[in-house]
Design a protein around this ligand. Structure first.
Ligand code: SAM
Ligand code: SF4
Length: 471
């Protein structure tokens, strides 16, 4: 039994990060034969990509995918702990799985992801959800074959969570969600410790993959005719800082762009680590998409300081203005309302920044206290009611949506390059994304999926565009 510990997870040392090549133990090779699996994923792109590795691992030991969770022999919940509602959803699903297991006692249930790294969650599983076979964390995903092998018997709930700084594991099997766009991890973990955020505790220390390993993966994807790669990390702009190699994100972007893969994206950028050289590189290479997700979190310097964000609104504006010089760029953001102690005045400063930046879109959240983080203590004395916070969120969303519509409207009558991703809910239509990551629906059939085509924009809404295919 290896229980998680947030206080161990908080520690950071100068210890060198190990790169370990994954190798499957032959003993486990056939344990999934004639059995099926289903993985339920919550949370961010990082989790979506982890699920691609989980599915790859399961298929490497013989399991086949089952689309209906109710029918699968093994169900894995890949959880997220960024906000309370993500927790609630996963626990709700565990409740549902309890009923399924009452009917099918041989069902094997595993829980992993960020929630597994929290003591409160694991203790709750041990107390109330004993139908779970095993819990593993973000640092030992590679161990899934062994965990299944050893925990199929349903005797008791096994906890195997490491609260370490983390290694870099190369060569994990991967079952990609589609065959034209792919996620590529470039950096794991986070050392920023924003005071509201649980990620540095659940994902370990900031650790970059070696450039040669990333480029090898991108080259392989290019050879398989992938059209787009998204370079992933909690803070991609810190790429390379933990290595002694003298390269950073701008150098990596150049090398990835030079593979000539048609589209390169990267997410997420912390404003603090954005350099002028990175901006120049984005400007220079046409296959680096003119799209930056630049979370601001708050427009109030007082709140930014309490959040530990390391920049002021003035510094953010300066960076924003430099980025805006990239032709056709779209910039999106994340905003938290109701951080402990946020006054109406602080909130108005956030609205003021939104009016200044006129974002293409934004993810907006009400602050959610996370056990073990510094802001959770401030929350104990927070006087602002949930109702007030909801009103702020409503007001903020209205403003954001107005700017989304305004920015989208500017695209009407232009021709946009769209990577077609699938069939729309409306019959006879397909959907895809522009270079600036805007959703477009237009008439077309499944032959177009995976292709980059020219689309004339005919109409704009806040969350999508309508268009028509042009030659
Ligand atoms: N690493 C990225 C960054 O720093 O911008 C984003 C990480 S997080 C998965 C995505 C977003 O969740 C954050 O940008 C923040 O707006 C939001 N978030 C994180 N912790 C939160 C909390 N405790 N309550 C509400 N929103 C939170
Ligand atoms: Fe969380 Fe801040 Fe790290 Fe983003 S940069 S993952 S918000 S601690």
């Amino acid at each position: 039994m290896q229980l998680p510990s947030l206080s161990d997870a908080r520690k950071r040392s100068k210890k060198e990060v190990k790169t370990i090549d994954y190798k499957l133990n032959k003993e486990y090779q056939k344990i999934g034969l004639n059995k099926t699996y289903h993985v339920k994923t919550y949370g961010c792109q990082m989790n979506e990509h982890d699920t691609e590795n989980i599915e790859g691992l399961l298929e490497s030991i013989g399991f086949t995918k089952e689309e209906e969770m109710e029918k699968a022999d093994v169900v894995i919940l890949n959880t997220c702990s960024i906000r309370e509602n993500a927790h609630n959803k996963a626990f709700g699903m565990l409740g549902r799985l309890k009923h399924i297991k009452e009917e099918r006692p041989n069902l094997v249930i595993g829980v992993c992801g960020c929630m597994a790294q929290e003591e409160v969650v694991v203790n709750e599983i041990l107390a109330k959800y004993r139908h779970v076979n095993f819990v593993f964390g973000t640092h030992n995903l590679y161990d899934l074959p062994r965990l299944i092998y050893e925990n199929m018997d349903n005797s008791k709930t096994k906890i195997d969570v490491l609260s370490i700084e983390g290694d870099v594991i190369e060569g994990l099997p991967v079952k990609r969600a589609n065959n034209f766009k792919a996620y590529v991890n470039i950096i794991y973990g986070c050392d920023k410790f924003c005071t509201y955020c649980i990620v540095p505790y659940t994902r370990g220390k900031q650790r970059s993959r070696k450039m040669e390993d990333i480029l090898k993966e991108v080259e392989e994807l290019k050879e398989q005719n992938y059209q787009e790669v998204t370079l992933l990390g909690q803070n991609v702009n810190a790429y390379g800082k933990d290595l002694d190699e003298g390269y950073d994100l701008s150098d990596l972007l150049i090398k990835v762009a030079e593979t000539k893969i048609p589209r390169v994206r990267f997410i997420t950028s912390h404003p603090w680590d954005f350099t002028d050289k990175m901006i120049e590189v984005i400007k220079k290479y046409p296959n680096i998409m003119p799209y930056v997700h630049l979370p601001i979190q708050s427009g109030s310097n007082r709140i930014l300081k309490l959040m530990g964000r390391r920049y002021t609104r003035e510094e953010y504006k300066e960076l924003f203005n430099k980025l805006k010089k990239i032709p056709g760029i779209s910039i999106t953001t994340d905003i938290i309302v109701g951080f402990p102690g946020e006054t109406e005045e602080d909130f108005n400063e956030t609205l003021d920044m939104v009016n200044y930046c006129k974002y293409d879109s934004a993810f907006t959240f009400i602050y959610s206290p996370r056990v073990g983080t510094p802001a959770a203590k401030l929350y104990e004395n927070d006087k602002t009611t949930l109702e007030e916070k909801e009103q702020r969120l409503y007001k903020l969303n209205e403003l954001i949506n107005n700017y989304s519509l305004l920015n989208n409207t500017k695209l009407v009558n232009t021709i946009q390059k769209v990577l077609v991703e699938g069939l729309s809910t409306k019959k006879g239509e397909v959907f895809g994304y522009t270079e600036t990551n805007k959703l477009v629906n237009f008439k077309g059939d499944s032959d177009l999926i995976g292709k980059i085509v020219n689309v004339k924009i005919l109409d704009a809404k806040s969350f999508s565009l309508d268009g028509e295919l042009v030659e």
